[in-house]
Design a protein around this ligand. Structure first.
Ligand SMILES: Nc1ncnc2c1ncn2[C@@H]1O[C@H](COP(=O)(O)OP(=O)(O)OP(=O)(O)O)[C@@H](O)[C@H]1O
Ligand SMILES: [Mg+2]
Length: 259
């Protein structure tokens, strides 16, 4: 049997920023393969190049060494097959929730009726059908972020890039949104790459967790998440994996309790 084409294939990726003070090596020798439908999470110290990596995959920056392929095709720029959600929702304040979602379909070949249906379906998917006509200022942080997720998904991207999408939310909303993200990504059959500072979130959402180390940003290790860990935050498998990752990140188990 032939292997399916990976959704994402990164090989020997390096990134250097040319600064006035000299060259800043941000990413070194990143190699990562992600299967279709897989949910991969990335943790690592601030400044280790996580956002830079997502920007490169999105195609916003073409100045790198190595290879990035999405569905087997080298990335040469942004495309409808990849969407991103940032920490802040970045909704347009002068558009309603549904118009913000619809804006993502501006260049889509779909007819008006299909577009309207897709927008409705995706607002429904994030539980916001009743708020279609609301303005961003009328939404809570969690609701606005859900609109941003609907906007990212409405074009049915095969690849969803998430850069700390739940970072600005309160703890309870965040837990709820983790459940929803897991459900939504599975429902859409998308492949997802999520950057987070929250190790619990990385273990709960990821099929695999990529642990990065800084200066320059490299992959320290990639850990498989056992299904029982992904299913239950209080399972021994979950706790063991979380503690192992915190150890790799240099955070002792006791310090972690204080986070
Ligand atoms: N456009 C740029 N020009 C120069 N240096 C940059 C640029 N963008 C990022 N950097 C540098 O690259 C390094 C990695 O930044 P990046 O934003 O990718 O880190 P990160 O892992 O996402 O951090 P955080 O967890 O704080 O979001 C940092 O040292 C940053 O200063
Ligand atoms: Mg970042």
């Amino acid at each position: 049997m032939t292997e399916p084409t990976p959704a994402l294939q990164i090989r020997a990726l390096s990134k250097v920023f040319a600064l006035r003070e000299g060259a800043l090596e941000v990413l070194r020798d990143i190699t990562l393969t992600v299967d279709p439908g897989e949910f991969v999470t990335i943790v690592g110290a601030s400044g280790c190049g996580k956002s830079t990596l997502l920007r490169l995959i999105l195609g916003l920056d073409r100045d790198f060494r190595g290879e990035i392929r999405v569905d087997g095709v080298p990335v040469t720029g942004p495309a409808a097959d990849r969407a991103i959600v940032f920490q802040d929702h970045r909704l347009l304040p002068w558009l309603t929730a549904e118009a913000n979602v619809a804006a993502a379909l501006l260049n889509s070949p779909l007819d008006a009726e299909t577009r309207a249906r897709e927008v409705r379906e995706h607002l429904d998917l994030v539980g916001l059908s009743k708020f279609a006509k609301a303005w961003p200022r009328q939404l809570s942080g969690g609701m606005a972020q859900r609109v941003a997720i609907a906007r990212a998904l409405v074009g049915r991207p095969r690849f969803l890039l998430l850069d700390e999408p739940l970072g600005a939310l309160d703890a309870l909303t965040r837990l709820r949104m983790q459940e929803e993200l897991k459900r939504i990504v599975a429902h859409e059959g998308a492949t997802a790459l999520l950057v987070t500072h929250d190790v619990d979130e990385a273990v709960y959402l990821g099929h695999r967790v990529v642990v990065m180390q800084p200066h320059p940003g490299r992959i320290a290790t990639i850990l498989e998440v056992p299904p029982e860990a992904r299913a239950d935050r209080s399972s021994p498998a979950f706790v063991a994996l979380r503690d192992r990752i915190l150890g790799l990140l240099g955070v002792g188990a006791i310090e972690a309790l204080a986070v």
